[in-house]
Design a protein around this ligand. Structure first.
Ligand code: NDP
Length: 311
């Protein structure tokens, strides 16, 4: 039995589905879907994706904030965060869904599909001799929950794999690099760069002119993380010059992507509307219920975010 009520807020996730999933693991949990929050004094936990400004101040007895996703940049950027532990969703099914996006985008380039799509529009039979996957080097930037899984899946397809993160990682079949000093070396051999970094004060704008220039001419870029990691003007220039041959972009500095943004008119850019992966109620509810029990018992939480580190 939890010690208080939980309030759910999201404009994209479905409240009743999450309530049912939580009840599977905690049948007595009092789940209230915003704006039907009842007595705010009774609310001890909130489960949120991008709640409105001032949201937290309505609940004076909060003991847990559950961020309804992996990325915590939006919540940490707020000026109104109470001093309460924040957890993220960390779920193999969410990682699998992200890996499906990344594998799709990499295979699309590896098998020259954009070339064939363009040739078809010209009614042209355009033969390109297929290459072996190990003639192709793919690098994953960010080796956390999502990046590691994506690198492992791609390794199984036979690509030559590289990975880069802040700290040193060891992953079977992946040559790893760490920290700013090894970034340019990491980039220098890539046919495809996959961005799965969190957005933090250190990473915002990181994919700039210098990083793009560090990729070999003709490289392809896949960003399935956050739009503000990328200097979009620099990417447009690199795509215009052909230095970056193609890009698959799921996240943007401004979302929805404005109608006059140059990316829309670039046939070498594939745009998807920020859905590479999502928090999945059935597979994530168990860890959220467990964290509610832990916070009530004063125990260490799982998947707690470090606000100072930013992820
Ligand atoms: P994690 O927090 O698990 O991992 C982050 C990784 O990035 C770690 O490997 C970390 O290094 C590395 N990293 C962080 N800062 C730096 C830095 N300054 N330099 C180099 N490497 C750094 O994140 P997830 O894998 O769970 O998720 C990644 C991001 O994907 C999320 O933050 C979110 O923004 C985005 N996302 C996008 C979705 C979409 O639909 N488009 C869906 C879900 C998430 P180290 O291992 O050394 O700590």
């Amino acid at each position: 039995m939890a010690e208080g009520a939980l309030v759910f807020y999201s404009e994209v996730d479905i409240g009743p589905t999450w309530r049912d999933a939580l009840h599977h693991w905690m049948p007595d949990l009092d789940v209230r879907i915003w704006p039907d929050v009842g007595d705010p004094q009774e609310v001890r936990y909130v489960m949120v994706w991008k709640p409105p400004e001032g949201f937290f101040q309505a609940f004076p007895n909060l003991s847990l904030i559950v961020n309804l996703g992996a990325g915590v940049d939006a919540i940490l950027a707020r000026g109104d965060l109470p001093d309460v532990p924040i957890t993220r969703v960390s779920d193999p099914h969410m990682s699998r869904m992200m890996a499906s996006y990344v594998v799709f985008a990499v295979l699309r380039y590896y098998r020259d599909i954009p070339e064939f799509e363009r040739a078809q529009r010209r009614s042209e039979w355009h033969y390109i001799h297929p290459r072996e996957p190990d003639e192709f080097t793919v690098g994953v930037m960010g080796l956390g929950e999502l990046g590691r899984r994506a690198a492992e899946e791609l390794s199984r397809w036979g690509f030559r794999m590289r990975g880069w993160a802040r700290s040193r990682h060891e992953i079977d079949g992946v040559e790893t690099f760490a920290g700013p000093d090894e970034l340019l070396d990491f980039l220098s051999a890539l046919d495809i760069a996959v961005v799965l970094l969190p957005s933090t004060p250190d990473t915002r704008g990181m994919i700039d002119r210098t990083v793009l220039a560090g990729l070999p001419r003709g490289a392809k870029l896949i960003n399935a993380a956050r739009g503000d990691l990328i200097d979009e003007a620099a990417l447009v220039a690199a795509l215009d010059s052909g230095h970056i041959a193609e890009a698959t972009l799921d996240a943007f500095q401004t979302e929805p992507l404005p109608a006059d943004h140059p990316f829309w008119g670039m046939e070498q850019v594939l745009i998807t509307p920020h859905l590479a992966s999502i928090a999945l109620p059935r597979s994530s509810a168990k860890q959220i219920a467990e964290n509610i029990r832990r916070v009530d018992r004063g125990e260490a939480l799982m998947h707690q975010v470090d606000p100072k580190r930013g992820y």
